[in-house]
Ligand binder design. Structure first.
Ligand SMILES: [Zn+2]
Ligand SMILES: [Zn+2]
Length: 203
């Protein structure tokens, strides 16, 4: 089944992200799955998303599911994988969606090659070709069945801990307040990470 979200939801994601692209389309589909299977947009921390790479699609998840970096219910793990896990706190329902890839292999290879070449400059023809490929793959991603885009695995692990209000301390280097868990001790002084790293440079 093609994407079941409203045009308004899709437009909202494009406006939030800044442009239309295949990555955003894949994030829109992940958000669509979460909204359908895990219940409504998360106003607080009812729903938690764990994402495994920072790419365009994360913006769609943030603006459509309400799992946001600021609220602490979007957790970024730097694993370099195109995967989203969603956890519903009310009953522990959880699943991980792994993106299978976008477009066919030939299209992916051509897009990757053109993206690489972008650094040194594309001819107008190549730029048009890249744009056409991106449009095509984004459209395909919106039209495909969710099961064709993602491997969907049920998860049994508990949701990540809730965002906590942490104690803060004053850094002995810069005098700024810093979350206690992010401080480092050297001698009997307590430092924020940038000050601690500066100390390490002179030591
Ligand atoms: Zn993008
Ligand atoms: Zn400091």
């Amino acid at each position: 089944m093609p994407c079941q979200l409203t045009q308004e939801q899709i437009d909202h994601a494009i406006a939030f992200h800044g442009h239309w692209c295949p990555g955003l389309a894949s994030g829109i589909r992940a958000a669509e799955w979460a909204l359908a299977e895990m219940g409504p947009r998360s106003e607080d921390e009812e729903l938690v998303a764990v994402v495994e790479t920072d790419y365009c699609g994360i913006d769609a998840v943030q603006c459509l599911t309400g799992c946001t970096f600021g609220k602490g219910n979007l957790i970024y793990r730097d694993y370099g994988k195109l995967a989203f896990s969603f956890y519903r706190r009310s009953d522990g329902k959880a699943a991980r969606l792994v993106l299978k890839g976008m477009g066919n292999t030939a299209e992916q290879e051509e897009m990757t090659a053109l993206h690489r070449k972008k650094a040194t400059g594309l001819t107008p023809g190549e730029a048009d070709r890249l744009q056409a490929l991106r449009e095509h793959v984004a459209a395909q991603t919106m039209d495909a069945a969710l099961g064709d885009i993602f491997d969907i695995q049920a998860l049994n692990d508990p949701p990540p801990q809730k965002a906590r209000i942490l104690e803060s301390r004053v850094c002995d280097g810069c005098g700024e307040r810093v979350m206690e868990t992010r401080t480092r001790l050297r001698g009997n002084k307590c430092y924020c990470l940038p000050c601690f790293e500066k100390q390490a440079d002179v030591a």
